[in-house]
Design a protein. Structure first.
Length: 136
């Protein structure tokens, strides 16, 4: 991760974009780094209420911190909210590379901070659930 100049990120200055590697409805903003290159990056992700990300894994470890709202977090290759738990704002979780997991929101918008290492990617356990395939 290279930081070449001091920068402040305020809520009003963030430029959210649709996040194409996640199911429709997710938005993201990159704060620091470049997910397509080797090295650490930091991004915010915003999920709408009652949102689900199917089971998937990433090529490198990640740390997620819930900044606002609530985020369900479960482990495994099948989505089963009963095998996970809901975390409140201020909570974090870390996952190793290649670890199958899934997340969901409750009845409110949720904002999380993602700290991870690039080059970043996502592999959905069931390729039919990969939203990138729906766009082709």
């Amino acid at each position: 991760m290279t930081v070449d100049a001091a920068e402040t990120f305020t809520k009003d200055s963030l430029r959210w974009t649709d996040e194409p590697i996640l199911p429709k409805g997710a938005k993201s903003v990159l704060l620091v780094g470049d997910p397509s290159k080797a090295g650490v990056f930091i991004a915010y992700l915003k999920f709408p209420p009652n949102y689900k990300i199917p089971p998937h894994s990433h090529p490198f470890a990640e740390v997620i911190t819930i900044l606002s709202g609530k985020l369900g977090n479960g482990m495994g290759e099948k989505f089963d909210a009963q095998k996970g738990g809901v975390l409140n704002a201020g909570s974090s979780f870390a996952l190793p590379a290649g670890h199958a997991h899934f997340v969901w929101t409750t009845d409110e918008e949720t904002l999380v901070e993602l700290i991870a290492t690039g080059p970043w990617g996502i592999a959905y356990t069931d390729p039919k659930e990969d939203p990138r395939k729906e766009n082709k």
